[in-house]
Design a protein around this ligand. Structure first.
Ligand SMILES: *[C@@H]1O[C@H](CO)[C@@H](O)[C@H](O)[C@H]1NC(C)=O
Ligand SMILES: *[C@@H]1O[C@H](CO)[C@@H](O)[C@H](O)[C@H]1NC(C)=O
Length: 623
């Protein structure tokens, strides 16, 4: 997501300027008049798309320069230079054949945006024999329903920008674009193209000098051809999500103007070339989801974004890799990186994702200097460390996952400073001590997972401050005391897992007010007293796990959509109408003899019902 943020910003700017120039055009155009020829062509174009006025053109206005989405020049002679017909739901059925052949007469056209419509067919003659559009500089047909091969583009000798992405184009790309020698930007992404990566170099000569080449999300195979590095003006090269194999050539370092390089989701092997560090312009490099091996070279000197996650990279993280001052986004998750986390960290880091590696040692206290840090994921490593109190200085932190390590400290009270924290995942460590009261200041907290640690103490009534809480996972710790009534203030609560602790007291009937609660697990505690009737008011409830407590009294009826587990409560009386999905055979019913018989009959009925229910539940969860 972040990877594309910069790209997105440049698109937004482009969009802004486009709108701005449209505005300027419109305000000046009132005084401008098209010549007779152009008026005639525009009238025909408009007719070709009727009777449905997809383009929203107000043809009763005699000046087409004032029509929506028509861009005119403001020079000495007024002409139409652009048509911006994006996102109008124009289907193939709307005479597009006529439209494109009339368009060929509009020989002043420089920019045509026909993206985001439903066009499946454009006549071949438009691409190969539309001499009138030899001045067209930019053609955008992206996000339509075009099929078949990439056509021969001999009509458009001046074309600089061509976007055919998000269609269903098939076949190989060979000489179809060889007449477009001015092409600088080509986007063929998200089609069904196959064969080897087109290089646009024949007999050692470049067909065009590309600046942007996007071939992502197709079915290209073979290796990354070294001819591609002849396009030394390339600023964007995106070959991601294909089936490319072989290594990343060292020669890639020759692309000295490269800003963004994406090789993700291929089957590339070998090492990350150290020559990437020569490219002073490179700010974004991604090669996630390949089979890259070896050590990571120090390539971040100029980078702001590095994604090498889901590879087999090994060795230690170079001590300067995370230190480059431009660095904002680093994802090295799911590799085989060992050693310690480098202590030299760039203060600009916003995302630091090192999950699922073999990292050992401590969480460096220098992390406290990262005032921009929003995402920190160090989970599933072998970190043997305290949680540094300095983490409380990362006041922009939104997501903190330190789970599945060997962390052993208490939770520092400074955690309470993280006012933007939405996710706190500390499960499966050896953390201990009481939860600091300051925790109840985490106003944005959405997900709290402290499960499988050795935390102790009580749940404080002030937990009700954490209004955004959606998941509370406190299972398998040493918490005790009663569950505060005020928990019902957490209106969004969806899952409450308190199993495997020493909680006691009665189940607060206020829990029945939690209208979004789906899972309530209070198993393996010392809860006593009745199961409050109010719980059956929770319409969203799907799982109620009360097993192995000291609950007593008559178990209230629950809808059959609730999976109920009550085993291991000696004094709990189950009447029919309450679904019990665990075999209740172990339960001992302490009742009078006559009611006992009634209950046992009911139990048989319930058991057979439940057996059927469990099977169908199992089936539905398998499908
Ligand atoms: C269409 O153009 C005519 C003539 O300029 C104008 O009177 C009318 O208000 C326009 N209609 C719309 C819906 O803009
Ligand atoms: C919390 O941690 C447990 C492991 O102890 C895991 O099974 C569960 O999916 C986690 N829940 C959330 C919401 O992260």
């Amino acid at each position: 997501m972040e990877r594309y943020a910069n790209l997105f910003i440049s698109f937004s700017l482009l969009f802004f300027f486009l709108n701005y120039s449209l505005f300027v055009c419109k305000s000046m155009a009132s005084s401008l008049q098209l010549n007779h020829d152009q008026l005639n062509i525009m009238a025909n174009l408009s007719n070709s798309l009727s009777p449905n006025s997809y383009n929203n053109w107000n043809t009763s206005d005699p000046n087409p320069c004032l029509w929506d989405r028509v861009i005119c020049s403001a020079g000495p002679s007024t002409v139409v230079t652009g048509l911006s017909l994006s996102n109008l739901s124009i289907p193939t059925a709307a005479n597009v054949g006529d439209f494109f052949s009339i368009l060929c007469r509009l020989d002043t056209l420089q920019n045509l945006d026909f993206s985001q419509n439903y066009i499946a067919m454009i006549p071949d003659s438009f691409f190969s024999n539309c001499t009138g559009l030899s001045g067209l500089k930019s053609l955008d047909l992206s996000s339509n329903e075009l099929t078949g091969p990439v056509r021969n583009f001999s009509s458009f000798a001046s074309l600089e920008t061509l976007d055919l992405s998000y269609n269903s184009l098939q076949g190989t790309v060979e000489t179809q674009l060889s007449s477009s020698s001015k092409l600088k930007s080509l986007n063929l992404g998200s089609n069904l193209l196959m064969g080897t990566i087109p290089t646009f170099v024949t007999d050692g000569r470049r067909v065009a000098a590309f600046e942007e080449l996007v071939l992502s999300n197709n079915q290209f195979t073979g290796t990354i051809p070294s001819e591609i590095f002849e396009h030394e003006n390339l600023t964007v090269l995106d070959l991601s999500t294909n089936s490319l194999s072989g290594t990343i050539p060292e020669k890639i370092g020759m692309l000295s103007n490269l800003n963004a390089l994406d090789l993700s989701s291929n089957q590339l092997t070998g090492r990350v070339p150290a020559t990437l560090s020569n490219i002073t312009a490179l700010f974004q490099f991604a090669a996630t989801r390949n089979n890259l091996t070896g050590n990571i070279p120090s390539i971040t000197k100029f980078l702001s974004s590095l994604d090498l996650s889901y590879n087999n990279l090994g060795g230690e993280i170079p001590s300067d890799l995370l230190a480059s001052p431009n660095l904002e986004y680093v994802d090295l998750s799911s590799n085989r990186l060992g050693g310690a986390i480098p202590t030299n960290l760039s203060i600009g880091l916003q995302w630091l994702l090192l999950s699922e590696n073999l990292l050992s040692g401590i969480i460096p206290t220098s992390i406290g200097k990262l005032s921009q840090l929003a995402y920190l994921e160090l989970d599933n490593n072998n970190l043997y460390s305290e949680i540094p109190s300095q983490l409380g200085n990362c006041s922009n932190l939104e997501f903190l996952d330190l789970s599945s390590n060997a962390l052993y400290s208490e939770l520092p009270k400074e955690i309470g400073n993280l006012q933007k924290l939405e996710v706190l995942a500390l499960q499966t460590n050896n953390l201990s001590g009481e939860i600091p009261v300051e925790m109840n200041e985490l106003q944005s907290l959405h997900r709290l997972n402290l499960s499988s640690n050795s935390f102790t103490g009580e749940i404080l009534p002030t937990i009700s401050n954490l209004r955004q809480l959606f998941y509370i996972h406190l299972q398998h710790n040493k918490f005790y005391g009663s569950v505060p009534d005020s928990i019902n203030v957490l209106v969004y609560l969806n899952e409450l897992y308190l199993g495997g602790n020493y909680f006691n007291g009665s189940i607060p009937s206020s829990l029945g007010g939690l209208q979004y609660l789906e899972i309530l697990d209070l198993s393996y505690n010392n809860f006593s007293g009745n199961v409050p009737d109010s719980l059956s008011n929770i319409l969203s409830l799907t799982e109620l796990v009360l097993s192995y407590n000291n609950l007593s009294g008559v178990f209230p009826p629950f809808s059959s959509s609730v999976n109920v587990v009550t085993v291991g409560n000696k004094n709990l009386i189950i009447l029919n109408g309450s679904a019990e999905s665990n075999s209740p055979g172990n339960d001992v019913f302490v009742t009078t003899d006559s009611s006992k018989r009634k209950i046992q009959v009911a139990l048989v009925v319930v058991s057979s019902f439940v057996a059927g229910f469990s099977v169908s539940f199992l089936m539905s969860s398998l499908t």
